[in-house]
Design a protein. Structure first.
Length: 210
């Protein structure tokens, strides 16, 4: 639960004030974490007897959250159900209609990303002796890997055709595709880069150039 709340709080700290549409599996931790971070505190009416009731948190009207539940039989997924936890089905459907990624409730993309992490980072793999014994060290190592994944490693799906020169394809990293970088970084560039001090009020760093 502590990790779930920390994760959702980091999402809120790094967003532009607009609450994103959330989806997850059926774990109840995320429901509680979203309510804790994005919920609005409401004072309950005192009935005049006993102790005054404690304030409770209710979901913000802007918070939209849906869950995916997978039914398995003999290790295989035989059925997938979805349900809207915060918001209404009509509100969620309107959000999905505007999405350029997917038009139905799912967790496929984050699961694919988790698979990438497990394939490339031994500390994220299951049933192995390579796991981190200390959470702090795991988080630090994960940040290094994420830096490599976005700054250094070219992604085949992001390559573009070269219009000039003998090369047919130009390899790109995720940050090159997002126009944040103008070239593929080396590991030395990544680990020696000095974060500029001129940050704006939200702590956002200016685009990283050469």
């Amino acid at each position: 639960m502590e990790s779930a709340i920390s994760l959702v709080q980091q999402v809120k700290n790094r967003s532009d004030g607009i609450i994103p549409f959330f989806t997850s599996d059926e774990r109840s931790d995320f429901t509680t974490a979203l309510l804790e971070v994005y919920g609005e505190e409401v004072v309950q009416k005192y009935k005049g007897r006993g102790r005054p009731p404690k304030p409770i948190k209710i979901p913000s009207s802007e918070l939209k959250y849906a869950r995916v539940k997978k039914h398995r039989k003999k290790g295989r997924i035989v059925k997938v159900d979805t349900n809207v936890v915060f918001g209404t089905e009509d509100e969620v459907n309107k959000i999905l209609e505007k999405s350029s990624v997917s038009n139905h409730i799912n967790t496929a993309y984050v699961e694919r990303q988790n698979l990438n992490y497990r394939q490339s980072n031994a500390r994220c793999q299951r049933k192995t002796q390579k796991f981190s014994k200390i959470q702090e060290m795991f988080i630090l190592q994960l940040w290094i890997y994420l830096g490599y994944y976005h700054f250094v490693r070219p992604h085949w799906g992001l390559r573009t055709k070269c219009l000039e020169g003998p090369r047919r394809w130009k390899q790109r990293t995720p940050l090159m595709a997002a126009s944040v970088l103008d070239h593929q970084w080396t590991i030395m560039e990544m680990i020696t880069y000095v974060v500029p001090k001129n940050q704006d009020k939200n702590g956002e760093i200016n685009k990283l150039g050469t």
